[in-house]
Structure formats: C-alpha cells, structure tokens
Design a protein around this ligand. Structure first.
Ligand code: SF4
Length: 348
C-alpha cells in the first residue's frame, strides 16, 4: 500500500508546527493582500508589528483608498520599498472603483491590480479564496529543487517553469492555501539555504538532495548583485526651541518621494557638512559634536554615516528653496520618515 503523499506529510507537519502569525487566522482578501505585499522583500518578524499597525490605521479597502499619502507613508515608514505602499493604495482605489469594493478572487484578475505579480496573485487566490494555484517564492524554489534534485539555475525562466509544474502537481487541491504556506514555511524554517535540518523534515524520505547528500549543492548558488559602499556625513540639527531639521530633498540613493530625511553629504567631513547646511538651509552653528557612526542599507547600497549633532544659532528668516521642515520630536514621529531618519532621531 502506498504511504501518504508528500503533500499530506507536509500538511500534517504544518498543522502541528506552523508559526502563529497575525494574518493566518481567518484572513480576508484585504488582510491577505496587505500581508503578502508587506512580505515581499521583507522578513516575517519585521512585518508583524507593521501589519498590526497598518490594519489598525486602515482596516479596509475604503479606509486605505481614502488615506492621505503622508499618513500612509508614516504607517509604512521604516519598512522600506515604499512603492509597495503606493501600489497597495492604488489597488484599494481600483477595488472600490471597478470591483464594487471586493477583491477579485481569481489569480488572473488579481494580476491586473497595481504591483501584484504572479507570486502575490497566486498567494492571495489560494490563501484567501482557496483557489488551486501553486505559489513559488524563493523558499519554494529551494525546497522543490532539493526534493526533485533539480540542479539547474533557479533564476532561469525555464527552471522556474519546471518548478512551477512540480509545485502544481504536488498541490493539495482541498487545502491549496495551507499547502502553499506549508511549503514556504518549510523553506523558511527547516529547509534553509545552509545547514537544512533534514533530520526533522517531514519530506526526508521523498527528498533526492537528502538521499544523495546534495543539500549544499542544490540549488546552485546564484551570482549576487555587488553591494556598493557609501561613506558620508550626516547632521542631526536642532534649534534652540528643540526642533529638528528634516529635509525632503535627500541626495541619491536616500531620495524617497514623500519621505523626510536628515541632511547628508557623501564622501565629506564636518567642515563640508557645515557649509552645506549654511548654503542649502541657511543654518549656522558654532556647536558640532560627533555622535558616532550609523550604518544603513538601501537596496544594494551599504552606507556608513558619520553623524554630527549641531545646534542652529537661530532659525533662518527667509525660506530656502530646498524643501525642509523644523519639527518638534513629537511632530516628527507623526511624519513619514526614512529608515535612516528613524535611526538618527533616537540620538535626540
Ligand atoms: S530533507 Fe532536507 S533538503 Fe530535503 S526538503 Fe527536507 S530539509 Fe530540505
């Protein structure tokens, strides 16, 4: 008699060991859309507090569609890849305008919404609406390549098609959402990139890589995009009234539409920083204190910023043409801030 299928073994394991995540209990289409969008490029543990805050601020499509951009970005502030927040809002607006306020349930329709690719469309269709479509993310690519001993480069579209075909074949049609989440969960927990924990894996007996001891060779390591190191100087400028200077015209790669940043210059030190502040924002200061180094990553940039505290002698009378604001720390907390800005304001 044949034993239980790999899908059944996987689901049994998932029922017992799945992580308790806020978007897993009876998630609606809206909640799944928010969670899946946040989870693109971001780790689960980072997403959890953002997800809770976001749902509190924008509990449904109407609230999100009508939100003003600044409130939206404030809520997303620190999560990175801000385009996702804008796409989410555009999707909410389309759902209201074209779909009578209800998220489409089929993956093909979901793909028509802004920022929703195949992966997210299939995840929403299967998790929120029990549609039998497989989801293939980085974790699933790794697990299936190992299970089936697929040694081809997983970044090639031909390999992806092969993996999608296997995932669709394995898919449990009665519980497609759970099956997809189980496969992703296995990749995120036991079947990790290095040192997978095969001894407690429910699919050990089905796994070609395990049987042939090829876990380290599969999937084939991919060439990673080279990181670019940037060194700069940043300023935490306060006024005598305790307000802090935040700018809206940060240099690349910090430039993010709608987000406030601290003043930063690249490759230069405090003298250049002081003259930059005077020229751009009319700020003069006799007091400059080094606060240490702040490290920050944006996309493939790795930045190291020497941070200085300055106290402005007085607020400039005329407004500079460079967009900037003087805000009390409590007011700054209510604004959409960049990730770097969040780190720096902790020095206040
Ligand atoms: S047996 Fe090991 S390599 Fe195979 S799927 Fe399980 S954890 Fe991954």
């Amino acid at each position: 008699m044949p034993g239980p299928s790999a899908a059944n073994k996987l689901l049994r394991w998932y029922d017992k060991h799945q992580r308790q995540l806020p978007w897993r209990s009876n998630a609606s289409g809206y909640e799944t859309l928010v969670a899946e969008t946040m989870l693109q490029q971001t780790q689960v543990k980072t997403v959890i507090p953002y997800y809770r805050r976001f749902l509190k601020a924008f509990p449904n499509f109407v609230a999100l569609a009508q939100a003003d951009e600044s409130a939206l970005l404030t809520c997303w502030s620190g999560l990175g890849y801000y385009r996702r927040a804008r796409y989410l809002q555009q999707s909410a607006q389309e759902v209201i305008t074209h779909y009578h306020g209800r998220l489409p349930t089929e993956a093909d329709e979901l793909r028509k919404l802004p920022g929703i690719g195949s992966y997210t469309a299939n995840a929403i269709a299967s998790i929120a609406f029990a549609k039998p479509v497989a989801v293939v993310d980085g974790n699933v690519k790794r697990v299936i390549s190992r299970l089936h001993g697929i040694r081809d480069d997983v970044s090639r579209s031909k390999t992806l098609q092969k993996i999608e075909a296997v995932a669709n074949e394995m898919l449990c049609r009665k519980r497609p959402g759970d099956f997809n989440q189980a496969l992703m969960e296995l990749g995120a927990t036991l079947c990790s990139r290095s040192k997978p924990q095969c001894h407690c894996c429910p699919l050990q007996h089905d796994c070609v890589a395990y049987k042939k001891n090829l876990q380290e060779q599969i999937p084939k390591p991919q060439a990673t995009r080279q990181t670019v190191a940037l060194i700069g100087s940043g300023a935490l400028v306060t006024s005598k009234q305790g307000k802090v200077l935040l700018i809206a015209d940060a240099p690349k790669p910090l430039k993010r539409q709608g987000l406030l940043e601290i003043p930063v210059i690249w490759h230069k030190r405090e003298r250049a920083l002081m003259s930059h502040l005077k020229k751009q924002y009319g700020v003069t200061s006799k007091f400059i204190q080094p606060l240490g180094k702040v490290r920050h990553g944006v996309m493939h940039y790795r930045m190291q910023i020497d941070l200085f505290r300055l106290q402005a002698e007085r607020l400039p009378r005329s407004q500079s043409h460079h967009r900037h604001l003087w805000l009390k720390p409590t007011e700054a907390d209510q604004q959409p801030l960049s990730g770097l800005c969040h780190k720096v304001l902790k020095y206040l």
